[in-house]
Design a protein around this ligand. Sequence first.
Ligand code: ZN
Length: 253
Amino acid sequence: MKLPVQTFKLQGPQLIDPGWFNTVRGGRHNATVTPAGTVLVEGVELSLCSTGSGRPDGVVPVPGTAVEVWLEDHFVCATKEELRRASEAAQARLDEQARAERDARNRCRDEADAFNKGLRLPIAWTVGIKDVLSGLADGSWGDGRNRASVNHVLLRQPLSVGRLRRNANDFLCSSNDRLNGKRWAGQPEAAAFDGDGKRYQPKVTCKRCVELALRLSKDHVPEASQGGMTELQVVRVVHLDEAEREADDSPSP
Ligand SMILES: [Zn+2]
């Protein structure tokens, strides 16, 4: 593996002992720069060239400098100090990537929390997905979700507003009877994980669920005021009837 590190080219003897070569061809080997300006590796002296990669030519490590030697397309060495610097820089890059990913995941969580809080349904609900099996296919997030899967409002209690009738464990966008007779009861909740690996409810992404939830929450009137609909309730029921008909026409994924 080529490291992003300043190296010096090494020149071997004309004739290389195959046994020695087999010993040193793999891995990195500790060595020290000799007073003669060579590097002694497993009993064989290699000349230290002033050329290399990632550094100005003409400067070589002074005698006594600790180096490591390895084989790329030719033998090279780098000082221990340089290798430590490169390793720390690589680790810093990894740390930075991890921090950026953690921040991005937490931003997603905050956005989902804020969005879902805006769906003020009058009954208990959670977030559910229909296509659990696709989580095992290509495009999986690796946490059981699929990039293409849609997050729905999964009702925990029955809901009845205007022509909209839903049972507990129905999705808001479609009742169970319309899902080819499949029983979706016990549907697992959708889950996402934030930057600290904590589970949270992902954002509801089903357009129909969002649309219905917004209409239900915006004009919600408590059931206590039954026995004569207010004008607001009538408007709301009409809107829901429209939404229900649209939902009939275009079942959501
Ligand atoms: Zn939905």
